[in-house]
Write a protein that binds this ligand. Structure first.
Ligand SMILES: Cc1cc2nc3c(=O)[nH]c(=O)nc-3n(C[C@H](O)[C@H](O)[C@H](O)COP(=O)(O)OP(=O)(O)OC[C@H]3O[C@@H](n4cnc5c(N)ncnc54)[C@H](O)[C@@H]3O)c2cc1C
Length: 445
C-alpha cells in the first residue's frame, strides 16, 4: 500500500491509539478523530482537584505481552506500579482471604474441600502446560477452546463448587457479565496463567498508554463523527463545538465500540463482518465512587469480590489507596472507594430514571448490604454509567472473530476489543493487526 495515502482513525481508545501509532511509525499520514476531550476511551480516569482514579480499566497483567513491549519501547518503565493481590472473597456473611498467584492462599480457602482443590490443581497444571497455545486476546488461538460457556465447562470438567468459588470470582468481578453467558475460552487462559499472575497499573492511570501512543499523531479531540460515506475515497463528517466539518481519507480505521461502528456504517454492513459487528452485545456497568475516612479501612482488603451461588448485585468493591497508594489522588486521611455493579443491576438502575445523587445513595445502600462494615458516613464523588462497558464474549464469538478480524469493507478497516478480548491488551493488539494489514507488515504475535 502507498504510504502517501491518507488514513483516518475514529476513536482514541487503546485500539485506535495502537493502530495510529503503528501506522504513523511506518510513515503514513494519520489523523485521529476522538469525540471526547480526552483519549483512552474506557481506560479513562476521573480527575478533579481532590481525587484521581481510573473509571474503567484499572490494571494490566504479566500476560499482556504487547503492553509490556510498548512500556519498554515508550520508556514508561518508571510509571509502572505493581498492585496489591489480596482479595476478600465474600460468601453471605463469610469473608475469606485469597491472594492471586499464591498457592498457599488457594490451599487455605475454606469454601471448597480438598478433593475439589486437587481437581483444580490437576486442571490448572494441565492448562499451564498448554500456555504457548493459549493467548487471552488472540481469537485464532482461542477458537480451539471456544466451545462451551464458562458455567457449563467448569461444572462439567471440574465441579459446581470450583465453578462457584474459584472460577466465577476470577471472571465476574472484572467483566461484570454472567459466566452462563460467555465462552470458556477466556477462562481457559486465565486458569493457565493463574499460578503466577501479577497485576500492574500506571502511576497516572491506564489512559497513559493511549496518551503515549498518540504523542506523535495528528489528534483531534471533541471531534464527534456523525457521518461516513464511501465514494472511492471515504468522506467523514464530524462536529467540533457544534461546527460541522469534513475530512476525506483513502483508508478509514473504525476504532469505536461495535454498536457505534454499526450505527455509523448502517447500510454498508450487509456482509459477514458487518453482521458480526451489528450482532455484538455489550454488558452494562455502573460504578459509584465515594470518599470515606481512611482510619475506618484499617485491616480491610483492597478488593471484595462475591463468590458462591448467592444473589448479589455487587460486582466488586475496591479501596483505591489500599489497592495502590501511589496511583490515586485523594485528600489526606481519606480513602476512595468504588462500588461496581453487575450487568443486570446496572441496567436496571440506568433504566430507572433516578438522578445521579439518588443513584449514588442507592448504590451505597447496596454496598452496605454486601459489606456491612462500610460506614454510614461518606462523601459522594461521582457515578460512572456505561451502556457499552464490555463486549459480551458469547460462545462461538472467538471462532467468528478469528475468521473475520482481517475483513474490510471497501476501504474501511475494523479494530476494537470486541474483535479480540475485552482488555487493554485486546484493544492494543487488534489495533496493531489493522496497522499490519494496511501496511502489509508481518507481526510477531
Ligand atoms: C469498568 C471497566 C473496567 C475495565 N477493567 C479493565 C482492566 O482492569 N484491565 C483491562 O485490561 N481492561 C479492562 N477493561 C476493558 C478495557 O477498558 C477495554 O477493553 C478497552 O478500553 C477497549 O479499547 P477500545 O479501543 O477497543 O475501545 P474504547 O476504549 O471504548 O475506545 C473507543 C473510543 O472511540 C471513541 N468514540 C466513540 N464514538 C465516537 C465517535 N462517534 N466519534 C469519535 N470517537 C468516538 C470513544 O470516545 C473512545 O475513546 C475495563 C472496561 C470497563 C468498562
Amino acid at each position: 500500500m502507498n504510504r502517501d495515502k491518507k488514513i483516518v482513525v475514529i476513536g482514541a481508545g487503546p485500539a485506535g491509539a495502537s493502530a495510529a501509532y503503528y501506522l504513523t511509525e511506518q510513515g503514513y499520514q494519520v489523523t485521529v478523530l476522538e469525540k471526547e476531550d480526552f483519549v483512552g476511551g474506557r481506560t479513562h480516569g476521573y480527575e478533579d482537584n481532590q481525587v484521581r482514579f481510573d473509571t474503567g480499566a484499572s490494571f494490566f497483567t504479566n500476560f499482556y505481552p504487547l503492553l509490556k513491549e510498548l512500556v519498554n519501547k515508550l520508556n514508561m518503565q518508571n510509571e509502572v506500579i505493581e498492585l496489591e493481590r489480596k482479595v476478600g472473597l465474600k460468601y453471605h456473611d463469610q469473608i475469606a482471604e485469597f491472594r492471586f498467584g499464591s498457592f498457599g492462599s488457594f490451599w487455605n480457602l475454606p469454601f471448597i474441600n480438598n478433593k475439589d482443590k486437587w481437581i483444580m490443581i490437576w486442571n490448572t497444571i494441565k492448562l499451564s502446560l498448554k500456555r504457548s497455545k493459549l493467548d487471552l486476546v488472540s481469537p485464532d488461538k482461542l477458537a480451539a477452546v471456544d466451545d462451551a460457556s464458562i458455567a457449563d465447562w467448569a461444572t462439567e470438567k471440574m465441579s459446581e463448587n470450583i465453578y462457584q468459588f474459584l472460577i466465577r470470582p476470577g471472571v465476574e468481578p472484572f467483566w461484570y457479565f454472567s459466566c452462563n453467558d460467555v465462552s470458556r475460552a477466556m477462562t481457559t487462559v486465565l486458569q493457565a496463567r493463574a499460578a503466577d499472575a501479577k497485576f500492574y497499573t500506571f502511576q497516572h492511570g491506564m489512559a497513559r498508554i493511549s496518551e503515549k501512543l498518540l504523542e506523535k499523531s495528528d489528534l483531534k479531540l471533541n471531534a464527534n463523527v456523525t457521518d461516513i460515506k464511501v465514494n472511492g475515497k471515504v468522506e467523514i463528517g464530524y462536529t467540533i463545538s457544534n461546527e460541522s466539518k469534513q475530512i476525506t481519507a483513502d483508508y478509514l480505521v473504525m476504532a469505536t465500540p461495535a454498536t457505534i461502528t454499526a450505527k455509523l456504517l448502517k447500510a454498508q454492513l450487509n456482509n459477514p463482518i458487518g453482521h458480526f459487528i451489528s450482532s455484538q452485545k455489550y454488558v452494562h456497568n455502573v460504578h459509584a465512587t465515594y470518599l470515606i475516612d481512611e482510619e475506618l479501612t484499617k485491616g480491610m482488603y483492597a478488593y471484595y469480590y462475591p463468590c458462591g451461588d448467592w444473589e448479589t448485585p455487587i460486582g466488586a468493591i475496591v479501596f483505591h489507596k489500599l489497592k495502590c497508594y501511589n496511583s490515586v489522588k485523594a485528600p489526606k486521611g481519606k480513602e476512595l472507594i468504588s462500588i461496581y455493579l453487575l450487568d443486570q443491576p446496572s441496567k436496571e438502575l440506568m433504566d430507572s430514571g433516578i438522578d445521579n445523587n439518588q443513584m449514588m445513595e442507592k448504590i451505597w445502600e447496596l454496598g452496605k448490604d454486601f459489606l456491612p462494615m462500610l460506614p454510614d458516613s461518606k462523601e459522594n464523588v461521582t457515578v460512572i454509567k456505561r451502556n457499552e462497558a464490555i463486549p459480551l464474549h458469547e460462545v462461538g464469538r472467538y471462532k467468528q472473530a478469528s475468521q473475520l478480524k482481517d475483513e474490510k469493507i471497501n476501504n474501511i478497516f475494523f479494530t476494537g476489543d470486541y474483535l479480540s478480548c475485552a482488555t487493554v491488551e485486546g484493544g492494543l493488539r487488534s489495533g496493531r493487526w489493522v496497522a499490519s494489514k494496511i501496511s502489509n507488515k508481518k507481526i510477531t504475535f
